[in-house]
Design a protein around this ligand. Sequence first.
Ligand code: ZN
Ligand code: ZN
Length: 330
Amino acid sequence: MSQLRKDILTGEWVIFASNRRRKPYHFDMKKTPKKVNDNKDCPFCPGNEDKTPDEIYQNGADGKWNLRLFRNLYPAVDTDSFEKCNEDFYYSEAGIGIHEVLVDTPDHNGDPSQFSEEHMYNVLKVLCYRFTAIEKEEFVKYVQIFKNNGPEAGASIDHSHWQIMGVSVVPLAQEKTARNIKEYRSKKGSCIICDMINYEIKNKTRIVAENQSFVAFVPYAAKLSFELWVVSKRHISSFCKMTDDDLKELSVILKQLLKKVTELREGICYNICFEDSPKGRADEDFHWYMRILPRIGAPAGFEFATGSYINPLLPEAAAEKYRNNDDWSK
Ligand SMILES: [Zn+2]
Ligand SMILES: [Zn+2]
């Protein structure tokens, strides 16, 4: 059972999911974070399928697959969560939703930067298939695809995986982005993200990688030092409106970028967040993009207080280091 409560001062949603207190944790944080379990009791390893809910998708028999998707055993939101608790001027919503896990490698120590391009493409295809199915649910207003890679990025299980959440409210960040995209279009008649990538490609200083369909750059106002945005050059409103060729190109650039990220520091943790349109809103106006967020340094007091980040590295310098594979700490 979970509940969504709205912060009436900021408009942000908080998910209360008491069942997640029972979640296992695979890292020893007292030392430098490192993996503490082996694959014997890892619920995400082949052969241990009975430790997770039944598969929604699996490309092989038990013990013999290389992609497996199932409902999160400790969901932040669920279809039977109808707990609601409005108090006076406070506002809440039932924490109804869908929360799934995609295990993207059968190898307990598998690293996405080492995946073949074909495997990365298959991962993206499965994410796309579930995104489309989850978005069709009437109660779902926004679908978030994300990856927490490593303990500093919030992962509790070390075996590589992705998560997909369909939630019944539109988070404030996506609400604001959709509004800004719409306003820009009504003033200028064009897509702010198309304009942004055209500018970045011309300007070059923040570009990290590029192929036929995608461009990757450190954004002008990057919140984290080595934050990367991966954006399709063609205006594509949603992740799942990409063609197979687009997904192939995306898998190539994603693999290239993850390799660069893992070279920043040994054992670096990172998040990947897909930024999509709130369902039924701004629809064709939105322009899908992906954020890769290497975790060097953590948000602290100022960031929590203001929502504004202090970034010690200018995006132009970060992009140059990525391009040259420089030692970033110099
Ligand atoms: Zn495992
Ligand atoms: Zn666009």
